[in-house]
Design a protein around this ligand. Structure first.
Ligand SMILES: *Cc1c(COP(=O)(O)O)cnc(C)c1O
Length: 496
């Protein structure tokens, strides 16, 4: 294969200033014909104390200015619709367009959250069924769709654990978390007032019952575990570990972000888990990233059901309704009912795949990851060489002999037309490169990617300076990320 057969790298990408540099004073987005209705000056209708003394700094642009601005910026972007996106732990799979078609149907898209429930029966039924599907897929008893992201699902789950333990007489003070965990896990604990105790993963990259037993005492509220974990490895001692935690009165939280590896194959509910969150934007193909709405439903065992966030959707004789009459609920964690459009997409995906299709998702995701693992282990050091689940973690150990670091390799991948993988995470692998191909990529795509990675590995030996100076092709090269965050070019300053 030659470079030309890899993803193309040429095309017109336009320069684009900030929107404040476009436009001109007085330019307007659109104009309307003279109205027959008398004009009101809003400034005269509003109390003077509430009016600003100076006009806000807003761009003055035409509709076409705005359209070109955002379309051009979108062309600078890299997305799953542009190319392969092996960002580990993020499950950047293709979002089938049928999900979008269905979510855009006006019967869903134009609903108003204040509509009477009698006019929302179809939407309520969809939410009810999605709750049921998620509970069934994970082996749990009940679910709430409310949380807006995985991290908020964690927060809601820990609130439930706290409320449950409080009812038993002691909310306890600590949560056990393995050292391979995602950063949101300890953050959610802190937000719920729990102290984090970090558990060391065993030599095989998974948690051992001995380590849990040693740390487990009557002050531990929960163990928070990710399965498969962020090394892409299945936590094989789950049932035994759960028993150790339960025997001392604690609960088991499962971070379900990596569910794509086991969906339809194994149920965490059967492994002793009491509560887990789903990332609909990972496993169930709702749009991902970009700050758009996500969804992180939580599912629980019977003992935690009364504590689920409000409202959940229940079935009456022949209708569906929001159930607010749940005195033990931890309350709302999100305005209204959660990000409903995401529920429509996830529901559509689940119905489209069916039970057999979902099982195949996990099988192919694991197959693709192991294909990458076997093909790339010749060129890059593998932190844990055993069979992996949905992702595998390489490092820069071999390339460091040439002064090349993970960051250089990641930047060089952009020159070959790929989004870099997750880097420097999990923290327990020095110079980690975590790759998750997902099931939606073809053999051709994987082979091209493997070819590119082989080229980069060779370049590290033959022309390390090229790799160190990467990326060469993208429109913007090395960004000063700290400066971008600390000194934004335009910032709205409210008058004191
Ligand atoms: C993505 C992820 C999270 C956080 O989920 P968000 O939806 O981004 O809030 C938590 N844990 C793991 C392992 C993840 O991969």
């Amino acid at each position: 294969m030659t470079a030309r057969e890899g993803p193309g790298k040429r095309g017109m990408i336009f320069a684009e200033p900030t929107i404040f540099e476009r436009g001109a004073p007085g330019r307007e987005g659109f104009s309307l014909a003279q109205s027959e209705v008398p004009l009101h000056d809003p400034a005269k209708e509003i109390d003077a104390s509430l009016l600003r003394s100076e006009a806000a700094l807003l761009p003055e642009v035409s509709e076409l200015d705005v359209l070109r601005h955002f379309t051009r910026l979108s062309q600078w972007n890299y997305s799953i619709d542009t190319g392969f996106y092996p960002l580990g732990s993020c499950t950047m799979k293709y979002n089938p367009r049928v999900n979008e078609e269905v979510a855009r149907m006006s019967g869903w898209a134009k609903l108003h959250p204040h509509q009477p429930q009698s006019t929302l029966q179809g939407a309520l039924e969809l939410m009810y069924l999605l709750q049921k599907f998620l509970a069934q897929i994970s082996g749990m008893d009940a679910a709430s769709l409310q949380p807006a992201a995985g991290a908020q699902g964690e927060f809601a789950g820990l609130l439930m654990i706290r409320a449950y333990l409080q009812d038993q007489g002691n909310a306890r003070t600590k949560v056990l978390i393995p050292d391979s965990a995602h950063g949101t896990n300890p953050a959610s604990c802190a937000a719920c007032g729990y102290e984090v105790v970090t558990l060391k993963s065993g030599a095989q990259g998974i948690l051992t019952p001995e380590v849990v037993a040693q740390a487990m005492d009557e002050e531990v509220a929960a163990l928070m575990i990710t399965n498969p974990n962020t090394l892409g490895l299945f936590e094989t001692h789950m049932a035994e570990i759960a028993k150790i935690v339960h025997d001392k009165g604690g609960l088991v939280y499962c971070d379900g972000a990596n569910l794509n590896a086991i969906v339809g194959k194994a149920r965490v509910g059967d492994m002793g888990v009491d509560v887990l969150h789903f990332n609909l934007h990972k496993t169930f193909t709702t749009p991902h990233g970009g700050g758009g709405p996500g969804a992180g439903p939580v599912a629980v065992k019977k003992i935690l059901e009364p504590y689920l966030p409000n409202p959940v959707v229940m079935r009456r004789e022949d209708s569906f309704a929001f159930d607010f009459d749940r005195p033990k609920s931890v309350g709302r964690v999100k305005a209204f009912y959660g990000n409903f459009g995401m529920f429509v997409r996830a529901y559509t995906y689940i119905r489209e795949m069916g039970a057999v299709g979902l099982r195949e998702v996990a099988e192919r995701a694991v197959l693709n990851a192991n294909y990458l693992r076997k093909k790339l282990e010749k060129f890059f050091h593998l932190a844990y060489p055993q069979t992996c689940m949905h992702e595998c973690v390489f490092s820069d150990k071999k390339q460091s002999a040439y002064g090349i670091k993970t960051l250089n390799i990641a930047k060089r991948m952009m020159d070959y037309g790929y989004h870099p993988p997750t880097i420097y995470f999990p923290l327990i692998v020095a110079g980690a490169m975590m790759m998750e191909p997902t099931e939606t990529e073809s053999l051709q795509t994987l082979d091209r990617f493997i070819w590119s990675m082989e080229q980069i590995a060779k370049e590290c030996e033959t022309s390390p300076e090229t790799v160190k100076a990467a990326p060469h092709v993208p429109k913007v090269r090395r960004l000063d990320e700290v400066k971008a965050a600390r000194e934004p070019k335009y910032i709205y300053k409210a008058k004191g």
